[in-house]
Ligand binder design. Structure first.
Ligand SMILES: [Zn+2]
Ligand SMILES: [Zn+2]
Length: 282
């Protein structure tokens, strides 16, 4: 592996990381393993939408991270750009819990390639409550992991200020005092910006490790970095009736970011069981 890093085309390069929320310290260790330095250029990433929702983001997370990475490249004049984006909300698989899907892009303008990785995690503090001035906050604060994780507080009726990055009981108290003057109820939730959320930081670190290990892999045909999964193969036969289940995953397609070379990798599983078959078990 060390020999591979020695020959790696990204060894010693510098990449622009467009971030407003001090995420560079979270991602730099992963990129350092490939000897890629990370610098933060002067970019107003909030023009792409803010995390707390005052400006709506336009496009999918993948489109947004690619745009952000290119903004960093433009602002810095560097050849390489990194950007990250998280979506936190109800999980698509596990009911009644939130998950954090972190997305991270690498853009290489020297080779004209774009690589995007995703990491889904249930390890995220994203509690939310609406309270009146008489309610006890003890249980909520525990579920929000406060003050280790910060909070945002705002009036439910939309009046007054939005208090962000609340990380002490004193600040929470003074924010609530001000908010209850204008509104009978107040919305309190975890501040999910990365520098206020250690659980989110762990997920951003994880997606950066995933991205870097992908950059480490070179295409065997053209030596472009970023060899990895580019899609799935579908369609498995039922063991019993030979019906082809079109939605069953048969394997993965590994591909190059720079050339057309691809390799199909079939799963161990060669058949679906009758219980998973639309004909045997309609
Ligand atoms: Zn290639
Ligand atoms: Zn069948």
């Amino acid at each position: 592996m060390l020999e591979m890093i020695g020959a790696h085309p990204y060894r010693g390069v510098t990449a622009a990381f467009a971030t407003k929320h001090f995420k560079e310290s979270v991602v730099a260790p992963a990129f350092a393993t490939l000897e890629i330095s990370v610098v933060v250029p002067e970019v107003d990433t909030d023009q792409l939408g803010t995390f707390t929702g005052e400006i709506h983001r336009v496009g999918t997370p993948k489109e947004v991270v690619l745009k952000k990475a290119r903004l960093g490249i433009q602002a810095s004049g560097l050849l390489y750009g990194i950007a990250s984006e998280g979506s936190i909300g109800p999980d698509v698989v596990v009911p009644f819990v939130n998950s954090d899907i972190e997305c991270m892009a690498w853009v290489d303008t020297a080779r004209d390639i774009e690589i995007v990785e995703f990491h889904r995690s249930l390890d995220i503090f994203s509690a939310r409550t609406i309270v009146s001035s008489k309610d006890s906050l003890d249980e909520f604060l525990k579920s929000a992991d406060f003050p280790h994780h910060s909070l945002i507080a705002r009036a439910e009726n939309g009046r007054g200020e939005i208090y962000k990055g609340i990380n002490s009981f004193e600040r929470l108290e003074s924010a609530l005092k001000a908010l209850f003057r204008d509104s009978p109820s107040v919305v309190i939730e975890n501040d999910l910006r990365s520098h206020h959320s250690p659980s989110r930081q762990r997920n951003i670190a994880a997606v950066s490790e995933k991205l870097v290990s992908r950059l480490l892999r070179l295409c065997v045909k053209c030596e472009t970095p970023g060899w990895g999964e580019v899609g799935y193969l579908y369609g498995l036969e039922c063991r019993e009736c030979r019906n082809i289940e079109e939605r069953a995953v048969r394997g993965r397609v590994m591909g190059c970011a720079g050339c057309e070379y691809q390799v199909e990798m079939l799963n161990e599983k060669k058949f679906v069981e009758p219980a998973e078959c639309g004909v045997c078990n309609p």
